[in-house]
Design a protein around this ligand. Sequence first.
Ligand code: SAM
Length: 328
Amino acid sequence: MTGPLDSFGRSINYLRISVTDRCNLRCIYCIPPEGVPQMPHSAILSYEEIQTIVRASAELGINKVRLTGGEPLVRAELPKLVRMLSQIEGIEELSLTTNGVFLKKYALELKQAGLSRTNVSLDTLKPDKFRYITRLGELKTVLEGIEAAKEAGFEPVKINTVVMRGINEDEVLDFARMTRENGWHVRFIELMPFKGVAEFVPSIELQQHISLLGKLEPCPDSIGISGNGPAIYYRLTGAKGTIGFINPITETSFCSRCNRMRLTPDGKLRPCLLREDEIDLKMPLRNNASIEVLKSLIVKAVASKPQHHHLKGGNIRLVNRKMSQIGG
Ligand code: SAM
């Protein structure tokens, strides 16, 4: 295991970087219809600044980086950043989380630039509902994006599905069937109550429902699907793809397995998604701080990681930023 240890003995080897607060969709549980006030360009870290932070992180043993947003592919020349980061010594995995709308355009370029993996967020397989949930998007573009990613050589492409009571819970079996019919790797995520637009559905309920299709067999880590992430994986008997569950609300040990920190578009290190605490890296960077100073700030952020978030027991804790401004 690599990565600095936090105060609870967890090894923090994973940095999620939100490269922009802008998004081309307006998912009902993530962003208000009018969007959020945009950060000025000057407030957002440059690619060179992100590169320096990743270099400092890698020197501390952080070996996995994921680019997210907002929508990372709306930031100009993202493949250029991928190329810059993939060449940093010590970074073993560089991945992307995207809504998939621009994947058809960029998948091959991203692969050639050194991207290791991509996840695609997709909450419905029905065109009308897709437009309802995302307010702006077209399902077809995302499905084409998923295919383009596979053709470019990304394997596995994981599909992230946030399940909302009364909105898309009726499609859970359709997604599960895609693991058999199309070899998809689907991960169901419990909705975190940022906006109160919908109610989450406990994963245990989804598992019971999916077992109507057949036995859900636990998947050993050895098949290389887990990537040290928060999901617990299963497979329907005979399916090529897998079904993962990400249970931030109902799993009591969820935070004990946390291995990550987040970097916001404006250069704040956020030790926990659901806590307000942030450590600024932008100002020191712009004042020419040395790599050693940056490393000490990163270690400080790791040390300040809380033991757990406060979502358990229906405790709705609103955070100062929207998900799109933190990087989900
Ligand atoms: N635009 C990119 C995308 O769609 O994947 C990256 C940013 S998005 C904020 C990252 C992930 O966070 C998506 O899978 C999205 O579904 C998830 N997400 C956003 N709000 C959430 C919430 N309240 N609860 C759970 N997941 C959420």
